[in-house]
Design a protein around this ligand. Structure first.
Ligand SMILES: [Cu+2]
Length: 157
């Protein structure tokens, strides 16, 4: 009966809270003068959930944004209230699409290789709120064509 009781236990935990898996979480590196940056990640959930917000110790404001092309062919972004994730589906936050907008940055600059703590807030179908801590890696969006003279320890991947 060992197997049966294990299955029952797994079922209980499945119904009690969502299993949310965040992978490839990163933010774009910034210059010292820059006060905001974008955050990206892939979020997978085993049941229907909504991302309803996020916060970070290193940013005064974190918003959920959607970037899209308007009818005039211009890229623009707007705040969205929530991002819905269907059961078993992965939602990709990526440049040019959905992203976290981290504003009022407390740490400047955000250098490549740094990690930022972000707390994601989720709501499950039962209306309950859940939080998940995510460690986001700072990455440069474009690698310099030649090594920078000013960054002695710049690391190329
Ligand atoms: Cu944005």
């Amino acid at each position: 009966m060992k197997k049966a009781s294990f299955v029952l236990l797994a079922f209980v935990s499945f119904s009690a809270f969502a299993q949310i898996k965040v992978s490839d979480a990163w933010v774009r590196s910034t210059t010292p003068a820059q006060g905001a940056t974008g955050g990206f990640m892939t979020i997978k959930a085993d049941q229907k959930v909504k991302v309803v917000g996020a916060e970070s110790a290193v940013a005064g404001i974190v918003e959920l944004h959607q970037m899209s092309m308007n009818s005039a062919g211009v890229m623009s972004m707007r705040e969205v209230d929530a991002l819905e994730i269907a059961a078993g589906e992965a939602l990709e936050l990526k440049p040019g699409g959905y992203h976290l907008m981290l504003m009022d940055l407390k740490k400047k600059p955000l250098a490549t290789g740094d990690t930022l703590p972000v707390v994601l807030k989720f709501q499950t179908a039962d209306g309950k709120l859940h939080t998940q801590n995510v460690s986001m890696e700072v990455r440069a969006i474009t690698a310099p064509a030649k090594p920078s003279d000013h960054h002695n320890h710049h690391h190329h991947h």
